[in-house]
Design a protein around this ligand. Structure first.
Ligand SMILES: Nc1nc2c(ncn2[C@@H]2O[C@H](COP(=O)(O)OP(=O)(O)O)[C@@H](O)[C@H]2O)c(=O)[nH]1
Ligand SMILES: [Mg+2]
Length: 704
């Protein structure tokens, strides 16, 4: 049994734009709380969280990393902290999503020079959905150009008046080690050896006014949270008691009415301990959380899963990783009851029973066996039969499926083939296992274009997968833009398209003769075959062969080998030979007659058109809309959504190559888009001519 209770657990995610210092902050926390004796460095590839080979090589986080440590709150009670360090790069936003889904408090790290960045906003957006308590940490205050006030201004501009400074730096810039705490109204002087220790002194006289000013603002922010505070504030001015301030901080944090701002230099350990104190004292424990929402496995009726330490066990799988010598490792949070070694649970996604033989407490790549996982706690478990990210496992007495993590849809699609023939199956196995680890990576085989496709968040995401494929499975691959699923159809009618298939070679000959009427159908009406033969000029037994002959051409195409759609074919005349006619002859005759008639019937190419919604800051309007036009796009509407502009338009799929990277690059990373198949439309003549010419050239080369 662990020596802490669920009330003593804090589940924390560290989020923010790439490079603001999240991983080092996590490292600093591990060091300051005594988990590690050595302070890892990004450049040396030895941090607790970035331990995967690709993370060390790229010097950035790719996977959310789990770790834990112990701290004490102001009453001397032990606090267990489960911490998830998340990657900041937009391509790995799925990892941020999973982390926010299962943590109660988020530390939002902001670079003291750069202020709020694209990634800060992108991550913060998800904290609203999962209602995390928020703490801002202005990091890298030890850098020469660190600008605290400007950074706070940018935080307030992006995230609102709830932002309240609880600390400000005294000597930010090189050598930074002093901070004024405006809750305690003291000055904290830190050691800079990474251990995070500090001594407390009185606020120097020359900083007293500034401290009073910040304290006043903090108290105003607290007063605004709640009627009772406001009344007290109006009566007493800034003289709320310490207790009232503490209650106000607690309430503000939980109700997201107060986003306190802390100071740090993660790399020297400065500032870390005070915000650990703050989280320990004020932020929500798992038992403070409202009930989780779920539903019965076979119904929609909402069921509440209360954070009950004695409840039936319910756990939620938030991440799966595949480790070299261990195999699959799944991380879960307990949402009701507790888990002991050997607990049998049902995976409601598959209906299968899973035995949780051994659970582990995780810190980076290190794991420690634990005998019991209590309500609210995190743990890892190895080799479950059939359990993946987003699955709920529960006791058979209380079947429930918890709300899944809502992963963002893909932004980029590529066709993938192994470089070496014969590795197709191995490649497919690998791709599917990557999907289990990372649900934002998707793979499928598209029979329409006969290609295996992979979908991801962007170029870096896809490249990461490709590199892993090589490292883990030894498979090298080629990537290509997916083929466009063009369609072929006709615009006018041909009354008589005739073909006589006749062969006289020695013994029995071949004879089939048909006349077809070929006409266009309305879009979406599909293919129709009509038998209008009278007087048995084509005997009934050959009619199916005629239809088959036409259908074969529908799938192989006439112009560029794409599917033919929306045509009506009527067989209305023909002839046969008593001895030589057979099914094959009629099939060949019908195929030829159809091909010939199709070419005469004003054939056209159709291309898939997507509805696209593009989100971006106003200042990029010219660039975004100009780019849409250059892609043969048609703008359907524009509107403002919050601080962003939205363009709704249609764009042909064939014009969307590499769109996600391009949009990011000309909106400085701030643009994003979603797309959805809409309909098929005729390809403009000049484009069609080019496509047909390319197709014919390629065929000619293949036949050489
Ligand atoms: N000077 C300074 N550098 C820092 C600090 N925190 C992180 N860094 C450096 O900033 C870079 C990015 O840090 P990292 O923790 O990987 O950022 P992440 O992408 O947010 O995880 C690394 O080179 C770190 O050593 C800090 O407080 N001060
Ligand atoms: Mg990192």
């Amino acid at each position: 049994m662990p020596d802490y209770k669920s009330e003593q657990i804090r589940n924390i995610s560290i989020i923010g734009h790439g490079g603001c210092g999240k991983t080092i902050l996590a490292e600093g926390i591990m060091h300051a709380t005594g988990v590690t004796n050595r302070f890892g460095k990004i450049e040396e590839g030895n941090t607790v969280s970035d331990y995967h080979k690709d993370e060390i090589e790229q010097q950035r986080s790719i996977n959310a990393a789990l770790m834990n440590c112990f701290w004490k709150n102001s009453s001397g009670e032990k606090i267990k902290m489960n911490i998830i360090d998340t990657p900041g790069f937009m391509d790995f936003i799925g990892e941020v999503n999973s982390a926010l889904r299962v943590t109660d408090t988020s530390i939002v790290v902001v670079d003291a020079f750069k202020g709020v960045e694209v990634g800060t906003e992108a991550c913060f957006k998800y904290t609203k959905k999962y209602k995390n308590n928020i703490i801002f940490v202005v990091n890298k205050l030890d850098t020469e150009n660190a600008a605290f006030e400007e950074t706070v201004a940018s935080i307030r501009e992006s995230f609102g008046s709830e932002v309240a400074v609880v600390q400000f730096p005294v000597n930010h810039g090189l050598g930074f080690n002093e901070v004024i705490d405006v809750v305690k109204m003291k000055m904290l002087i830190f050691s800079t050896d990474g251990k995070g220790d500090y001594i407390i002194e009185n606020i120097p006289a020359d900083l007293q006014d500034k401290a009073n000013e910040y304290r006043k603002k903090l108290i105003e922010a607290i007063a605004e949270e709640d009627e009772t505070y406001l009344e007290r504030f109006l009566e007493e001015g800034e003289n709320l008691t310490d207790e009232e301030i503490a209650d106000g901080l607690r309430l503000g944090l939980r109700e997201r009415k107060l986003f306190p701002v802390f100071c740090s230099s993660a790399i020297t350990g400065v500032g870390i301990k005070p915000f650990l104190d703050f989280i320990s004292d004020y932020s929500e424990s798992p038992v403070d959380k409202p009930a989780e929402k779920g539903h019965r496995p076979n119904g929609d009726e909402v069921i509440e899963v209360k954070p009950d330490v004695n409840g039936e066990p319910v756990i939620f799988m938030f991440k799966t990783i595949s480790e070299k010598n261990i195999g699959e490792l799944s991380f879960f949070r307990v949402y009701s009851g507790k888990i002991t070694a050997g607990t049998d649970l049902i995976n409601e996604a598959t209906g299968k029973t899973e035995r949780l033989a051994q659970s582990y407490s995780m810190t980076g790549k290190d794991r420690k066996e634990i005998s019991e996982v209590i309500l609210g706690d995190f743990a890892g478990v190895v080799k479950l039969k059939d359990t993946h990210t987003n699955n709920t496992l529960c006791s058979k007495n209380f079947p429930v499926v918890l709300e899944p993590i809502n992963f963002p849809g893909p932004n980029m699609t590529m066709a993938i083939t192994p470089k070496r023939k014969g590795e197709e199956d191995k490649l497919s196995t690998g791709l599917h296992s990557f999907h289990e680890e990372d649900p934002t990576f998707i793979t499928n085989y598209d029979p329409d274009i006969a290609q295996t496709l992979i979908h991801g968040q962007g170029e870096i995401h896809i490249n990461t997968i490709i590199n892993r494929m090589k490292a883990k499975y030894g498979i090298e691959v080629d990537l290509a833009e997916p083929k466009i699923p063009y369609r072929e159809t006709i615009k006018s009618r041909v009354e008589n398209s005739e073909f006589k298939h006749k062969k006289q070679t020695g013994g029995r000959g071949q004879y089939g003769h048909v006349i077809l009427k070929i006409e266009p159908q309305k879009r979406g009406q599909g293919f129709e075959f009509v038998n209008a033969i009278v007087g048995g000029v084509v005997p009934g037994r050959f009619i199916p062969a005629v239809e088959k002959g036409v259908i074969d051409v529908l799938s192989t195409g006439v112009l560029i080998g794409s599917k033919v759609i929306d045509v009506k074919v009527t067989l209305h005349f023909g002839s046969y030979h008593n001895v030589d006619s057979d099914e094959l002859s009629f099939k060949l005759a019908a195929a030829q007659a159809f091909r010939k008639g199709f070419k005469e019937a004003n054939p056209v190419l159709l291309e898939p058109i997507y509805t696209v919604e593009i989100f971006f800051p106003e200042e990029f309007m010219g660039a975004v809309s100009g780019d849409v036009s250059s892609r043969r796009g048609k703008i359907l509407g524009m509107e403002a959504e919050g601080r962003l502009q939205v363009i709704k338009c249609t764009i042909p799929l064939s014009e969307m190559n590499g769109y996600s990277s391009k949009l990011r690059s000309f909106t400085q990373g701030r643009g994003s888009y979603t797309r959805k198949f809409s309909h098929y439309e005729e390809v403009p003549k000049e484009v069609e001519t080019r496509i047909v010419a390319e197709y014919e050239k390629k065929r000619a080369e293949e036949q050489k």
